[in-house]
Design a protein around this ligand. Structure first.
Ligand SMILES: [Zn+2]
Length: 86
């Protein structure tokens, strides 16, 4: 386990891992940004790739950000979930 400050928790299964293991979703100027590389502003949610489909099903993002999340955002999230490094 690396530096604890890089540890994040999956919003779906609550597994903890290094933040590089997760798909990051954050809200920047009111926009929900999936896989953003900018320094995080405001609230951020981390989801492991294995949980992406579950997050979509449960509308985890809508709940986390307390607002409507567009289907485009969810489909972008889905594309991140299918990406596997191994
Ligand atoms: Zn997970």
């Amino acid at each position: 386990m690396r530096n604890a400050k890089n540890t994040r928790m999956c919003a779906v299964c609550r597994k903890r891992a290094d933040k590089s293991q997760f798909v990051k979703v954050c809200e920047i100027n009111g926009e929900i940004v999936v896989g953003g590389t900018q320094p995080q502003q405001g609230k951020g949610v981390y989801i492991c790739p294995d949980c992406v489909l579950e997050a979509i099903k449960r509308k985890t993002l809508s709940r986390a950000f307390k607002k409507e999340v567009s289907p485009e955002t969810y489909s972008k999230l889905e594309s991140y979930g299918q990406k596997k490094d191994n």
